[in-house]
Design a binder for this molecule. Structure first.
Ligand code: ADE
Length: 224
């Protein structure tokens, strides 16, 4: 899979090259490439924004550098083009799973008060939000989306993590986890986890997941 990110701040994407997503990159499962939109502006001062027509606060990103950048990075329009914006549909695990099937995704990150609507229309961007709040730019939203979808790309997670993902897809929150020591500051690890009895352990974990989901997130769908 190829993930292109179009942004005025390519250095912000360093975290994607670390940890699990960085390992997936090193293994050749994904290529993550952040391109600076500013490199495409024809403005002699390097400007990529201007005052909004009709007045109002803030600046709007101009369409020319964005459209030229998109055409350079995805000349055949083979990528799924996604503009990160609070106006979009809200990211869910189902959307992340669906995006994980794409060969090529292009994220556009806006800044200031947004981008000229013609850039969105001409390039055929769909819009995607990560929640009902406004960030200072789309960069963190693109990183969240890339991280969430990469977890569904085969080979990115180890097999144990993948198994856990299945339990999440049933609409349950995670059961409590414990590691050594068996007693910490007087608090003991639940006895069943030390028993070695896998059937009982699985039953306990399922029950805890159900209780936690019921008390914290009764809105999550769980048909059992
Ligand atoms: N850009 C600014 N806020 C955002 C949000 N909530 N989701 C996606 N992109 C954004």
């Amino acid at each position: 899979m190829k993930i292109d990110i179009l942004t005025l701040f390519p250095d912000m994407f360093a975290p994607l090259h670390q940890s699990i997503t960085g390992r997936a990159e090193a293994a050749g499962i994904v290529t993550i490439c952040a391109t600076n939109i500013r490199a495409f502006t024809k403005d002699k001062h390097g400007k990529c924004d201007d005052l909004p027509y009709g007045g109002g606060a803030g600046m709007v990103m101009t369409p020319q550098p964005i459209v030229d950048c998109v055409r350079a990075v995805d000349p055949e329009h083979s990528a799924r083009r996604i503009y990160m914006s609070p106006r979009g549909r809200t990211l869910t695990a189902d959307i992340a799973r669906e995006l994980a099937k794409e060969n090529h995704i292009l994220f556009l990150c806006g800044h200031y008060e947004g981008i000229d609507q013609r850039a969105i229309d001409i390039c055929g961007f769909e819009e995607l939000s990560i929640g009902d709040y406004v960030l200072t730019g789309g960069e963190l939203a693109a990183m969240v989306t890339a991280d969430a979808l990469l977890r569904f790309v085969p080979g990115v997670l180890g097999s144990e993590d993948s198994a856990m993902e299945e339990s999440f897809s049933e609409g349950l929150l995670e059961y409590p986890q414990y590691t050594r020591p068996a007693v910490f500051e007087g608090q003991e690890v639940p006895e069943v986890l030390l028993s070695g009895h896998h059937e009982n352990i699985n039953k306990w974990r399922r029950r805890m997941s159900e209780e936690i989901t019921r008390s914290r997130r009764p809105d999550l769908k769980n048909d059992d």
